[in-house]
Design a binder for this molecule. Structure first.
Ligand code: F6R
Length: 611
């Protein structure tokens, strides 16, 4: 995820910026850059790769500049390269911008600015902001006013900083749905997207709120609102975290932080991709292959691990809502099959990292056989992103915990968008499309309601942490979630967990049930509810313990099972986006109880680049 650090004060800015950028490294990034304002001139330096590449490039630089901005970029629009790294500037090289977030309407704005004579040097959405400010400066000499006018044209999210030769000894900051924090100290004023970049310098901070605009000077700051010029007061707060904790923003582990980032991951996956009035989704990354995609006779989803379980759910929802033939395959097995692909086969590779060797091998094989190969990838510019014909990015931000959580939920969200995209091309009506969007858009708030029950789930985890074996069962849309829940437990707590389609229980696994072998059952109120209820009865009849994830307000299950965790009601199609959350938390808290190394479990790697 991109990171921002800014400083205006009495000390040389360069070391402050470099130190701040290093503090932001944990967020994941692929390039970085700084800009310094000195003697009414701005100097910029950018580099691809680690901060040490930036430092190496800066070795010859001497600078007494006391005002500067720095950025780590995690590519979303355009590959990781120097031209796409921030800061971006206007045509005259007088206005430099760093930005976190996504400018949704950047293509339309870019076209308009090009027509007005602006020259663009990058593929990013951010560069549009620098040119918009330049354009606004033509009418409003005051930079602050120009920034306000420019941001009024922007749709999307931003946490940004503007450095300009027009505004000596100051930096302008603004935010909308992307965090920005000011840091106050005797040696100057700071701003960052993340407290971890500030705490080495100061613990006095101000959290900006949406649509705040702040002007930083060496002696302090002034905050106004993008919609009203009157000054606003924001309370100064004292951070009581150390640097290490700040990186995790107060969470004990990255995994827990990422579990809590899931409402945002869903929102980011949907952002700019839904048109509620028409009940459709717009997937810009597929525009170039749209006709071929819609003509497909067969869709094969390939992936590994958690991404494979996303694919499994993808098949259920695509089959439920469209007439396309959909298959799924574990990427590592795909190439062993005697593949007899139909004409017009599309293979969709799903991968958080975009580097998984098995998935890469599968897409190479699919290409060899003439399939159109698409990617659903989180890491921009990764191998899978580059080797596929077209694709969709998650925009979930980097996932640092080895056990995948927010990337999974983001993958599911995009598979829903893809389903809507295809279904509306077939028989789904406008009103059904609108209802689909309403359901999807209600998910982030519902996830937040489940996260608010973390303490209850932790209590359940405490009661089960001493067991060594677990069974996970679910049916239909909840079956892949049972598999994913069991995988989470295995990965981070090293406990034995089996997952089955609940109907399979009676065909063998029920033999395992005894009081020391608890079952986690997914039993939301849906078309499989009665059958799940029967499974739970069968387990109880064999003295098995049951943890049930069901629908809040269920009148029967809490009395029948040992522990009940409720999720908000939703239609069964969307329930998996909710039922997975308690399973992630259950796995996390059981691992925590057992003192396991949660973010880096033994034997596992975040990116599996060997076959
Ligand atoms: C599980 C997990 C792995 C990955 C798998 C595929 O928590 O993270 O199972 O899902 O290695 O990785 P990607 O999605 O990067 O291809």
């Amino acid at each position: 995820m991109c990171g921002i650090i800014c400083y205006v004060g009495k000390q040389p800015a360069l070391p402050v910026l470099l130190e701040g950028l290093k503090r932001l490294e944990y967020r994941g990034y692929d390039s970085s850059g700084i800009a310094l304002l000195e003697d009414e001139q701005i100097r910029r330096f950018r580099a691809v790769g680690k901060i040490r590449e930036l430092e190496t490039g800066l070795i010859e630089w001497t600078s007494d500049a006391k005002t500067g901005i720095g950025h780590t970029r995690w590519a979303t629009h355009g590959k990781p390269c120097v031209e796409n790294a921030h800061p971006h500037s206007d045509c005259a090289g007088e206005i430099f911008v760093i930005h976190n977030g996504i400018i949704e309407n950047y293509l339309a704005l870019k076209q308009e600015l090009i027509t007005a004579g602006h020259r663009f040097l990058s593929e990013t959405d951010t560069e549009v902001v620098a040119h918009l400010i330049e354009e606004a400066c033509r009418e409003h000499a005051d930079l602050e006013e120009a920034v306000t006018r420019a941001l009024a044209r922007v749709r999307g999210t931003f946490g940004l900083a503007v450095l300009s030769t027009r505004h000596a000894n100051s930096i302008i900051i603004a935010r909308r749905s992307s965090p920005m924090i000011l840091g106050i100290s005797d040696s100057g004023t700071f701003a960052a997207s993340d407290v971890s970049a500030l705490v080495a310098h100061t613990k006095q901070v101000v959290y900006l709120q949406d649509d705040d605009l702040a002007v930083l000077t060496p002696d302090g700051y002034r905050i106004t609102n993008l919609h009203a010029p009157a000054e606003v007061n924001r309370q100064e707060q004292t951070v009581d975290w150390d640097v290490d904790a700040a990186e995790k923003q107060g969470f004990e582990h990255f995994m827990l932080k990422e579990i809590h980032e899931q409402p945002e991951a869903v929102r980011n996956a949907m952002r700019g991709r839904l048109v509620p009035s028409e009940g459709i989704s717009v997937l810009g990354g597929l525009a170039g292959v749209r006709e071929q995609f819609l003509r497909m006779e067969q869709l094969i989803l390939v992936s590994c691990g958690t991404s494979f379980y996303a694919a499994m759910l993808g098949r259920y929802i695509l089959e439920f809502c469209t007439d396309f033939r959909v298959e799924v395959d574990v990427a590592s097995e795909f190439r062993y099959r005697r593949l007899n692909l139909r004409d017009n086969t599309v293979v969709l590779a799903i991968s958080q990292s975009g580097e998984t060797a098995d998935t890469l091998a599968a897409i190479r094989e699919a290409k060899r056989k003439g399939a159109l190969v698409l990617g659903l990838v989180n890491v921009v510019g990764s191998n899978i992103a580059r080797e596929t014909d077209a694709g969709i990015y998650n925009h979930a931000g980097p996932e640092i915990g080895v056990a995948s959580t927010k990337a999974f939920v983001s993958q599911l969200t995009i598979l829903y968008l893809l389903t809507l995209y295809l279904a509306r091309h077939q028989h789904m009506s406008v009103t059904d499309g609108q209802e689909f969007i309403r359901e999807l858009e209600s998910i982030p708030d519902k996830i937040e309601q489940i996260l608010a029950k973390s303490a209850q789930i932790q209590q359940v985890a405490r009661r089960y942490a001493q067991f060594r074996d677990f069974m996970y069962i679910g049916r239909k849309f909840n079956y892949p979630i049972a598999l994913e829940g069991a995988l989470k437990l295995k990965e981070i707590s090293y406990l034995h967990a089996e997952a089955y389609a609940a109907g399979e229980m009676k065909h063998g696994p029920i033999a395992l049930i005894n009081p020391d072998f608890p079952s986690v059952c997914l039993a939301t109120q849906d078309s499989t509810y009665d059958k799940m209820m029967a499974n739970i009865q069968e387990i109880k009849a064999r003295c098995g313990r049951t943890i049930v994830v069901g629908t809040e307000g269920d009148a029967q299950l809490p009395a029948l099972c040992d522990d009940f965790i409720g999720v908000p009601a939703s239609s069964e199609l969307f329930a998996p986006l909710l039922t997975v959350i308690p399973l992630q938390l259950l796995a996390y808290y059981i691992a925590l109880e057992n003192g396991c190394e949660i973010d880096q479990p033994r034997n596992l790697a975040k990116s599996v680049t060997v076959e």
